[in-house]
Design a protein around this ligand. Sequence first.
Ligand code: IMP
Ligand code: MG
Length: 210
Amino acid sequence: MNSYPHPTTRYSTGPTRHPPERAARTTRYNLQVSSLRVLISAEQIDARIHELAAQIDRDLAPGPIYLIGILKGAFIFLGDLARAMKTPARLEFIGISSYGRNRTSSGEVKLTKDLDVSVEGYDVILVEDIVDSGITLNYLVKVLEQRKPKSLRIATLLDKPERRQRPVHVDYVGFSIPDEFVVGYGLDYAEDYRNLKDVCVLSDGPPAAA
Ligand code: IMP
Ligand code: MG
C-alpha cells in the first residue's frame, strides 16, 4: 500500500516552535502554526535552483529546450528554474492522476492533461516537485519517450530515495530528504500549503507555547 497517510499516522514529528519570521509566513492559513517545521528555507531553495540552472545551461545550451512541469506540484519550481536558466526554454505542463490518496503500489496512474505540442527532436526536461515511489516518473518517461524527443532528462526539487518502488534516473536533484511528508513551495497536503515559501515538514503537534 502506497497511500499518503494523514501526517498523524506516519509523518508526525511532534510539536515544533517557530522563530517569529517563520511563523509570520504560515499564520495566514489559520492553522496550527506549530504543525509546520521548516526543512528547507526559501533562501536555500533559491541558491540550489541557481546551481541546477547553471548545470542545465552547461548541458543544454544553446537550446531552445522544453521544460515540462508535472501539475500541480511542480509549477513553482518550474517557474523559478526557468527564470534562473540562461538557455531559452519553452514551458509545457502535463497532468497526471494518481487516484487520490488511495493509490496503490500497483502503480495506477493516468494522464489527465497531455502536452499541447509535439516535442519530437527537442531536448526535454521533465520537471517534478518530488520523487517518492517513482511510479509517476517511471510511467511518464515511458509516455514521453514515445514522443521521440532528442533527449529526455528529469529535474526534481526533492527526492525521497528511501521510498522508491520503481527505478527512475533523475538527472538534476535539488535536495535528497528523509522519509517525511513535506509541504510548501508547490507541494500540498489535500491542496493546502502550496504557496508556502519554504519546504516544511507537516506534523500535528499542539501549538507551541507563547
Ligand atoms: P511518486 O509517484 O510516488 O514518485 O509520487 C510523486 C508525487 O507524489 C509527487 O509529485 C507529489 O505530488 C506526491 N508526493 C510524494 N511525496 C510527497 C510529500 O512528501 N508531500 C507532498 N506530496 C508528495
Ligand atoms: Mg507532483
